[in-house]
Design a protein around this ligand. Structure first.
Ligand code: HEM
Length: 424
């Protein structure tokens, strides 16, 4: 009896620690990506489709953003659905495959080796498959009933499709079987991943988290579920149009833009009606939303004018910076200030280590500098890309790197307390 209770606690600790392991990977990847940006400023000012830029994009997209979301889902899905993960023994192999696959993809992008990229992509797909094996069963009974659960289920489907399409695009460079246009195929993959996977998860989770954390007595409007379905329809429509080279690109872009504006309006109304003090977490959420509006504007511009011209290519680069670093990056930073210390508190209590509060585990001092350096760097970067000026982009990337490294240092300090008993 005592032995089985011990085993149950061991698995509970493992389940709680897996999220922290992912947050460590995410924070280290952000630090590496941020530190590398000044060296990439020249390439970014040139053209978005190049080996080193692809490596940097996936350091942020897979290494940082996707890893952070996986870490949140491992804790959030069982808590939300009141179910346990069905295959806890898969947690460690899934993590190892993820680290091997994602780092393999980034390094082979940097080397320009397509066979290395698709081999590593297969490992990432295997890892995402194991993740889905643990996450789909608790989510499935709630699909269509809970907004957050339905959104996360659909988002994970999009991740699997985006990863498979990414693998096929890389394989196609070795064997040439896909046809179609390189830029349209690339855009289909990028939108499946960035909107279908990341943005849908962010919308779903924030619809649940904002009322739960900030406004416990407020019910979510029914339109929230329809907004998530509209994003799903918009992504499917956009991707099919891009891959099959059908007319209707502008129409699906407008559907997506309206669905995202509906999200911004819903969240803004909830927060406005029940104003809370603006801390740095909320500050990053507001900045992320502002960047989402910039990304929507640039995305609509691209849908109507294309990325083929020199100006179109500059708009596409700015669109990527606003969407990935501005919108998703600010959201991850803001949420991490709330969640990471709370997750560490839970691991410490399961391990029966001396109690430390989330406040004791947080380092608030660098937060203002992180916010200013990161967001002013991004704004300068977008301006530098528009005028294709390398010097402006170098200054901007130094600010982004400074903000990113300050943030990563403080965040890693917090996360270490899930691995050591010591006190502050
Ligand atoms: C899940 C596994 C993933 C795989 C296997 C993968 C694979 C790829 C490949 C092979 C390319 C180049 C395609 C080509 O040259 O035709 C690419 C481009 C791209 N991917 Fe991914 N990717 C993955 C995840 C993601 C995620 C999560 C995001 C964003 C959140 C993302 C965003 C992008 C973007 C924006 C580009 C274009 C970058 C540029 O042109 O500079 N990818 N991906």
């Amino acid at each position: 009896m005592a032995a089985s209770a011990d085993a149950a606690t061991r698995w509970e600790i493992r389940g709680a620690r897996i999220s922290i392991d992912y947050f460590v990977i995410a924070t280290l990847s952000f630090a590496c990506g941020a530190a590398a940006t000044p060296w990439e400023a020249g390439a970014l000012t040139g053209y978005f489709y190049q080996a080193s830029v692809l490596a940097l994009v996936h350091t942020f997209a897979l290494g940082w953003i996707t890893a952070a979301i996986i870490g949140v889902m491992y804790r959030y899905v069982p808590a939300l659905t009141h179910a346990t993960l069905p295959y806890p023994r898969l947690l460690m192999p899934q993590l190892v495959l993820y680290v091997v696959g994602a780092s393999g993809m980034v390094s082979h992008f940097a080397l320009g080796s397509w066979s290395g990229i698709w081999s590593a992509a297969l490992v990432v797909i295997a890892s995402v498959g194991l993740f889905a094996a643990n996450i789909f069963p608790p989510l499935w009974p709630r699909v269509g009933r809970g907004v957050a659960e339905t959104g996360m289920f659909l988002a994970l489907c999009f991740l699997l499709i985006a990863a498979t399409l990414g693998f096929l695009l890389a394989l196609d460079k070795s064997y040439g079987f896909l046809g179609g246009s390189l830029i349209s195929n690339l855009a289909a993959h990028a939108h499946l991943a960035a909107i279908g996977w990341v943005t849908l998860t962010v919308c779903a989770v924030s619809y649940r988290m904002v009322p739960a954390l900030a406004l416990p007595r407020i019910a979510l409007p029914k339109s929230a579920a329809w907004q998530l379905y509209a994003i799903t329809a918009g992504v499917i429509g956009l991707v099919v149009t891009l891959l099959a080279r059908l007319p209707g690109l502008a129409l699906w872009s407008v559907v997506l833009a309206l669905a995202l504006v509906a999200y911004i309006v819903t969240i803004a109304r909830l927060l406005w009606a029940h104003r809370k003090p603006v801390d740095w977490s909320v500050g990053h959420a507001i900045a992320g939303t502002a960047w989402l509006m910039v990304a929507i504007t640039l995305g609509i511009t691209l849908a109507f004018n294309g990325a083929q011209s020199e100006l179109g290519a500059r708009v596409a680069s700015s669109y990527g910076v606003a969407g990935i670093l501005g919108w998703m990056g600010n959201f991850i930073i803001g949420v991490s200030y709330y969640l990471f210390p709370a997750f560490v508190v839970r691991v410490r209590s399961l391990r029966r280590w001396c109690a430390m509060s989330a406040v004791e585990l947080s380092r608030p001092r660098p937060r203002s500098a992180v916010f200013v350096a990161y967001n002013s760097g991004l704004a300068t970067m977008v301006a530098g890309l528009f005028v294709a000026n390398v010097a402006i982009c170098v200054i901007a990337t130094v600010a982004i790197a400074a903000g990113g490294l300050l943030y990563s240092g403080a965040t890693l300090w917090t996360l270490t307390f899930a691995y050591r008993e010591g006190q502050v």
